[in-house]
Design a protein around this ligand. Structure first.
Ligand code: BGC
Length: 743
């Protein structure tokens, strides 16, 4: 691999040679530790090492660690610093004491190369976050995290700005594709697994954007208004779970205001919830350009990132002066630095620094394909249209640039995939960001080629879909029509509505009217409208399926993979069913502030639909298979929490995986719908397995603002084991005793 980069501090062997020698055991080998650098003693805890090292720093060195620039080439705005690899962020090393540089890169879908700052560098491009969430498979989340962690490490990066865990509260959210769905338990478990995977490669993972940042419109200044207890039960709970399970080294605070205070200076969020109540020991970094003050921010924020985007470098000279003037306590500056160092020690940045290594891109591409296939959701399958027979004679493939590749989402998470270069369609906008944010990037994994490869005997004809009448004509002449619908989403903008843009709904309708065996494949970053649904034979939601997406789609179409994806978001029938039918801030001039009232509180997504009695187009948790499953023998035990066990059996003729979901349907007499657990079970035909789910008691209770604790009321609790949030499946219940849990 041609990728020389500076690695600081120097590798361990060099350390040994330089050091005054004290020996200790490290990784099974005798390694020398510099007695002048006691923080390098791996027998000490990360906290102790961070304390020792922080105490050895000068004021200027401390200040240097708490702010940093973007490290990418963006014309006037930014330049890659000498020594930096070239990426989203860079904190220079402090060689005097051996603190390595922090080379920070985006993000959850693979290692990015923003604005092409590292010419020629590419990385494995995974499917979108929603696709990963749709697998409901935490093992896969961990494996995907480990793969991007390893790639980062081998490329020289030691901080990944990955781990997006915002709840997708609105299907118009422009960054929903980066997140993990609308439910705190699903998002928290999946994010935690992905973070743990990343950090297993000795790369710090970040979880973001903390918090209540589901909209991009006016993201720099809008005010998200919510009842604090409801916030604890929803978005904060997702983060809390992700942090408990993944132990991320850092947290990125969001751009917006929450209850009138900017996220990056928000005491209730960063000070009270994160650091005090949850005991978070890592560092809080700002989003890029999200800092608005010195003193207020310094109370709770530990690092100012992307400082060129702020009005001034608040955590540079101004912070130094504020410390000198006693406006920020020196102890607080020490705390900021110790938090950063602690995570660096805890995750292994000192002891196992990045080493240029060969990356097994083929294995990672295979993982990307398998994960994308597992994330595909079979929404509809009339008359068993799918899987397709390989004997079919004539297949019409229509639209969606299916001859070219598969779509990906835009913005800071955009990855340059390995293999053939992608096809890039600029979408215009303002320089310099839009040049790399607003681009439709097509990964060259063409579904058309993948379909042809799986049905070599068939005549597979492509029509680009520009003219619906011509596409319909082709569809009419075929045994089966596969029509693709795409919807681009990107950072910094929400969608105006849920339609497939550029007339694609009319295209799909024309094709479906012409051929009753029409299969619709969606590559979208969000739920979409389906005005043509009743006329279609089958619908697959493939999300943004990553660099092997075409193969993943074909795997499912032909039954090489039995679909096991389940929706991580509710698909509404119309915008009128949402808590905010009108997109907040839409139409306002840039810079004009506005409030977003999250009156639905913790009743996000399917919980809102349950409460309002609205019937969705497709429910959260929905997803079909080429086989069938049955749940039986439900047993529910109560006491301190609910322990739910049941048998699940494959009642069909193909092997497949089921995702039985356990929902609370009433809590101490209150009807509701809340996911409290699930399992993903692989079953051969006729095979049966027993599943046990034990609920996290916080999912059974409410956050009580008065006592500042979780309260589970005594009483009768009912559960449903179902195939989605609206399935009344198999029901049972048990008694719980009263319980108070710490915040
Ligand atoms: C995004 C973050 C990202 C950062 C650095 C910001 O625009 O909101 O998610 O990590 O840029 O690229």
């Amino acid at each position: 691999m041609k990728q020389p980069y500076p690695v600081t501090p120097k590798p361990r062997q060099t350390w040994c040679a330089l050091a005054a020698l004290t020996c200790c055991l490290l990784s099974g080998a005798a390694v020398a530790v510099d007695s002048a650098r006691p923080w390098m003693n791996t027998a000490l805890s990360p906290d102790a090492r961070a304390r020792l090292l922080e105490q050895a720093l000068t004021l200027d060195e401390r200040i240097a660690l708490v702010h940093s620039p973007m490290a990418l080439d963006l014309g006037e705005m930014a330049k890659k610093q000498a020594g930096a690899l070239g990426s989203a962020g860079y904190v220079a090393p402090i060689e005097r004491v051996g603190i390595p540089a922090l080379n920070q890169t985006d993000a959850s879908l693979g290692v990015t190369n923003p604005a092409g700052t590292r010419p020629g560098d590419s990385a494995t491009a995974l499917a979108s976050g929603l696709s990963l969430a749709a697998t409901w498979n935490p093992r896969l989340a961990r494996a995907s995290g480990a793969a991007i962690g390893q790639e980062s490490h081998a490329k020289g990066f030691n901080v990944l700005l990955a781990g997006g865990a915002n709840l997708t509260r609105d299907p118009r959210g422009g960054r929903n594709f980066e997140y993990l769905g609308e439910d705190p338990w699903l998002a928290g478990v999946m994010a935690g697994a992905s973070i743990a995977g990343i950090q297993s490669a000795n790369v710090v993972s970040t979880t973001k954007h903390f918090a209540l940042n589901p909209y991009e419109t006016g993201r720099d200044y809008h005010n998200a208004q919510i009842d604090p207890a409801a916030l604890r039960e929803s978005d904060l709970l997702a983060f809390q779970l992700a942090i408990e399970r993944g132990q991320p080294g850092s947290i990125m605070c969001a751009y917006n205001k929450i209850n009138t205070v900017y996220a990056c200076e928000n005491g209730p969020l960063l000070g009270d919830a994160l650091k005090r109540d949850w005991g978070y020991k890592g560092w809080v970094m700002s989003d890029w350009g999200a800092v608005h003050s010195t003193v207020a921010a310094a109370q709770v924020l530990d690092h100012e990132s992307g400082e060129q985007l702020d009005k001034q470098v608040f955590f540079g000279e101004p912070l130094k002066q504020a410390v000198a003037a006693g406006k920020v306590a020196p102890g607080r500056l020490s705390d900021m630095v110790q938090r950063i160092l602690r995570s660096m020690f805890a995750v292994g940045l000192f002891d196992r620094p990045p080493v240029a290594a060969k990356i097994d891109y083929e294995a990672h591409a295979k993982l990307a394909q398998d994960a994308a296939a597992e994330g595909i959701v079979l929404l509809r399958n009339e008359r068993n249209t799918l899987p397709l027979s390989r004997e079919v004679k004539r297949i019409a493939v229509i639209g969606g640039n299916a001859a070219l590749g598969v779509l990906s989402g835009g913005g800071s998470s955009q990855v340059t995939p390995t293999g053939q270069p992608p096809v890039i369609v600029p979408m215009g906008g303002n320089a310099p960001f839009d040049a790399f944010f607003r681009r439709a990037v097509w990964f060259p994994s063409a579904p058309l080629a993948a379909i042809r490869a799986r049905a070599p005997k068939a005549e597979v004809i492509f029509d680009d879909g520009r003219y619906p009448a011509a596409a319909a004509e082709l569809a009419r002449s075929a045994d089966v029509a596969i029509v693709f619908g795409t919807q681009w989403n990107g950072e910094a903008e929400d969608l105006p509505d849920l339609s497939l843009p550029q007339g694609q709904d009319a295209l799909v309708a024309a094709v479906a009217a012409a051929n009753p065996r029409t299969v619709v494949v969606l590559e979208t970053g969000n739920p979409v409208d389906m005005p043509w649904l009743d006329a279609s034979a089958a619908v697959l939601e493939a999300w943004y399926p990553g660099q092997r997406g075409g193969d993943a789609i074909a795997d499912v179409l032909f039954g090489d993979v039995n679909p096991s994806g389940r929706l991580p978001m509710t698909f509404p029938k119309s915008l009128t069913q949402l808590p905010r039918p009108v997109l907040p801030g839409r139409g306002l001039a840039k810079g004009v502030g506005f409030d977003i009232d999250f009156n639905e509180g913790a009743d996000v997504g399917y919980r809102w639909f349950h409460k309002s009695g609205a019937a969705p187009l497709f429910a959260f948790g929905h997803g079909l298979s080429y086989t069938s499953f049955a749940v039986s023998d439900l047993k529910v035990e109560g006491g301190k929490t609910l322990k739910v066990s049941f048998a699940v059996r494959n009642t069909g003729t193909r092997a497949g995986a089921d995702v039985p979901q356990v929902y609370l349907s009433s809590a101490a007499g209150q009807p509701l719908r809340r996911l409290i657990g699930w399992d993903k079970v692989q079953l051969a035909p006729g095979e049966s397995k027993r599943v046990t789910v034990e609920a996290d008691p916080r999912l059974l209770g409410r956050f009580d603002a008065k006592s500042h604790s979780w309260k589970v009321a005594a009483g009768d609790y009912r559960v449903v084991v179902g195939a989605s949030a609206i399935d009344n499946g198999v029901q049972g219940g048990a008694q719980l005793s009263a319980q108070t849990l710490k915040p």
